[in-house]
Design a protein around this ligand. Sequence first.
Ligand SMILES: Cc1cc2nc3c(=O)[nH]c(=O)nc-3n(C[C@H](O)[C@H](O)[C@H](O)COP(=O)(O)O)c2cc1C
Length: 191
Amino acid sequence: MADLTPLLAFRWSPRAFDPAATLTADEAASLLEAARWAPSAGNGQPWRFALGHRDDETWKRILVNLPSDDQPWARHAAALLLGAHLTAGTTASGTTVTGVARDAGTGAAYDLGQAVAHLTVQATALGLYVRQIAGFDHTGLAADLDLPAGVRPLVVAAVGRLGDPASLPTALRAQEVGLRRRRPLADLLLR
Ligand SMILES: Cc1cc2nc3c(=O)[nH]c(=O)nc-3n(C[C@H](O)[C@H](O)[C@H](O)COP(=O)(O)O)c2cc1C
């Protein structure tokens, strides 16, 4: 395998988080700063975030909208971060426009993904771990967080310190300590 920078090589997505660990204000600022400096088409920066620290109101509203299977482990994360993006026809200032040349919906989701990827790298630099969750109640969370029209929730990132895999149910424990796999590079290259 070709060499990777340690920040990428050591990143992985756990489910076992330390239930006693908290996310400091400096750490939260550092993660959001990493997302803020991600590249985006036309520098549109169509990403928006809602950050909840364990047991605060935002955290509770995010947690209850996660799949019931994921809530037991996600509640141990120090923070839950919603990643949302502006929808087609919504500008960075929140106003609605027509005739946008780019598919702002798809493009904004792509840009949000880059911002969250930056955040995961910064998390690794801080000794933090992130597991993203896309399968949540998007409509419920948008309502519970009172998101403005034109802001679409896409992903929740559970962020925290590593916990004990023994805290997980047996099936998840096996995944937690199992080998991570990737397709061979030859499968990915089109030519
Ligand atoms: C956009 C996105 C959505 C994901 N959704 C879920 C999810 O709903 N539930 C879950 O347990 N993991 C989810 N994951 C985590 C992936 O399963 C994980 O990143 C993948 O298995 C690769 O493992 P690694 O991150 O440890 O390399 C998601 C990851 C991404 C990037």
